[in-house]
Design a protein around this ligand. Structure first.
Ligand SMILES: Cc1cc2nc3c(=O)[nH]c(=O)nc-3n(C[C@H](O)[C@H](O)[C@H](O)COP(=O)(O)OP(=O)(O)OC[C@H]3O[C@@H](n4cnc5c(N)ncnc54)[C@H](O)[C@@H]3O)c2cc1C
Length: 567
């Protein structure tokens, strides 16, 4: 695997590439892996870090989208459920079945509204009652009936529900529970897809912090955001996977489009043991009186609360506002009126912009989450076609990638060699299926490295079967001299160096926000930032002034974009 510098330098001697993918979020990464698997030479660039756009702002769900049934999006729901099941199988280290419980407050509400919505006569959303939810869940189950990766839905009476969730609002009339899946670390899945592709050979090249900034004739101009240097590439075709930035990217490639209408959504992470105990391993999923969806779910040992839907056209400037925080707190209190919840329990917040297909609808929640690939044929002074990925969900990245790959292979006069349906991702490869297999794997690593068994288990929980790679790296580089970080006993110096070197860390924020869950789970401190800046800085050869700039940069992002109170 080549370094960032080597890849950029290679463009000076030979700028030709079959496919240039612009955008290294989950969709760009998915297309990258699929095309590389077919043997195509591909260059992937992202103006920032991989998976730092919308793909870092999700509700951490791999889901079918129960409520899209009302819009008549049956094929999308079927496709998403299928992809959810594949993710549970292919990324078992990060994607797990999630019991999702809906507290219900009315019996009949929403029936007429849902019918009119289904018929396309209105686009308003109102609270849904038990009967409508029963119909929706029965259809949801029917769509999965051929593949029972997760159990079917069930209803619980009010008394049983209160026995199971004692803090739940006692004015509910019953609860319904169905299954979707949670993705513990969506950003890690994305980087693992990219690493998997890079391991397939030199025909795969990926660089973060490189923007597509211009176009002429058969050329795309790229800019290295670290140095300001520019490079030119001559692609046979371009895939624009820039999420909410796709129209901006097309504009920089001299094509004027208005494919997306952004919809901002935020989340908060709270440290509240009482709520965590109250929900257990269930996601609580409900709607506000205006029909807006609210979720309260466990994420490691913290609680994730989301989300909002607000019109937003500048994906570079989003953060969770005080009004959104007030709304989230009110929603928690609505569902758990006796809970002790306050703003100072918020340890992290994040926001992103859904790259929805542009729509005239004033109800952002009802705009379809489906995706499409728009082909811009050569013209306006550029000689290559541009395949633009419009819309879509994180969950359906693989099927969208498959469509784009098939279309672009066809354009290159090639055919698909391999499917990605059963292709495991990163630490999901050779994932032990049974407890005994897992124990055998961990025992072997413990024996080979001399690490404590608890440490090997910790690495397995974090990286799945990549534990082998991580443990051998640490053992090979540090032998018996690895040590735990002073400010975070769960990480060692060797592990941080592994992530920095093998997972393309460029800035300190990449490590704190995306290669690890350190920031999201409230484990960051000024001492840890300082300590990590030395470990990462030594590895990347930072000068003292660069190290200080990195510390200032990450502090500013944590405070202003993620509402972190640094101590
Ligand atoms: C609040 C919220 C909650 C969501 N929850 C879920 C969920 O639970 N489950 C689910 O399935 N989906 C969910 N989604 C939807 C999902 O997150 C998105 O559909 C998906 O992440 C889009 O990925 P992407 O790769 O298309 O875009 P992005 O992740 O935004 O990637 C685009 C990339 O393009 C790069 N880029 C932009 N301009 C340039 C340029 N000029 N040069 C190079 N690179 C460039 C950006 O830096 C960015 O990294 C949610 C979305 C939001 C906002």
């Amino acid at each position: 695997m080549s370094s960032r510098r080597t890849i950029l330098e290679s463009l000076r001697s030979d700028s030709s590439v079959s496919i240039l993918i612009i955008g290294g979020g989950i969709n760009g990464a998915g297309v990258f892996r699929d095309l590389v698997l077919q043997g195509v030479d591909v260059l992937l660039v992202d103006k920032s870090d991989f998976s730092s756009g919308t793909s870092a702002a999700t509700s951490h769900m791999a889901h079918g989208g129960l409520r899209y049934l009302e819009n008549g999006d049956f094929s999308l729901v079927r496709e998403a459920i299928h992809e959810r099941n594949l993710l549970i199988a292919n990324a078992p280290h990060y994607v797990h079945p999630l019991p999702t419980t809906i507290p219900i407050f009315k019996w009949h509400s929403g029936l007429l509204n849902a019918l009119l919505k289904f018929l396309g006569l209105i686009n308003k959303t109102v609270e849904r009652g038990a009967i409508l939810i029963k119909i929706g869940l029965s259809i949801y189950d029917l769509l999965v009936s051929s593949n029972l990766t997760v159990p079917r839905h069930s209803f619980m009476s009010k008394s049983d529900s209160l026995a199971r969730f004692p803090l739940l609002n006692p004015s509910m009339i019953c609860t319904a529970t169905y299954y979707d899946a949670s993705i513990l670390a969506p950003e890690r899945v994305c980087i693992e897809l990219i690493c998997d592709a890079l391991e397939m050979g030199d025909h795969a090249r990926a660089v973060n912090y490189v923007s597509a900034v211009g176009a002429f004739d058969d050329i795309v101009r790229l800019r290295d955001e670290l140095t300001g240097e520019t490079y030119t590439v001559k692609p046979k075709l371009v895939v624009n996977a820039a999420g909410p930035w796709i129209d901006q990217v097309n504009k920089s490639l001299k094509r004027h489009t208005s494919f997306v209408g952004g919809s901002k959504g935020s989340h908060i992470v709270i440290d509240n043991q009482q709520i965590l105990n109250a929900i257990g391993d269930h996601e609580i999923f409900f709607e506000n009186d205006d029909g807006r969806i609210v979720l309260i779910c466990p994420i490691a040992n913290k609680v994730l609360v989301g989300t909002t839907e607000l019109v937003c056209d500048d994906p570079d400037q989003v953060c969770c506002t005080p009004e959104e925080v007030d709304y989230f707190i009110a929603m928690i209190m609505k569902m758990f009126p006796q809970a002790n919840v306050s703003k100072d329990q918020i340890i992290f917040s994040f926001s992103g912009v859904r790259p929805l297909m542009s729509s005239q609808s004033t109800d952002r929640g009802s705009v379809s989450r489906d995706h499409r690939v728009s082909l811009l044929t050569p013209g306006d002074g550029v000689e290559y076609p541009i395949y633009t990925l419009v819309g879509g969900k994180w969950t359906t990245f693989r099927s969208l990638a498959e469509k784009v790959t098939d279309q672009t292979l066809h354009a290159l006069g090639r055919t698909r060699q391999y499917s990605t349906s059963d292709l495991a991702i990163g630490g999901g490869k050779n994932y032990p299926k049974h407890a005994e297999d897992e124990q055998l794997l961990l025992d072997n690593i413990t024996l080979e490295t001399g690490f404590e068994s608890s440490r090997v288990k910790n690495l397995f929980d974090r990286y799945g079967s990549r534990v082998l790679q991580v443990a051998s790296f640490i053992h090979g580089e540090y032998a018996g001299n690895d040590y735990c970080l002073e400010n975070h006993s769960g990480y060692s110096r060797g592990e941080i160096v592994f992530l920095t070197r093998c997972e393309y860390v460029v800035h300190l924020e990449d490590l704190i926000l995306r290669r690890t869950l350190i920031a999201m789970l409230g484990e960051i401190s000024l001492g840890l930032i300082n300590e990590l800046s030395h470990v990462v800085g030594d590895e990347l050869g930072w000068s003292e002034s660069t190290r200080k700039d990195e510390i200032d940069g990450v502090k500013s992002i944590l405070i202003h974009k993620h509402g972190v109170k640094l101590l």
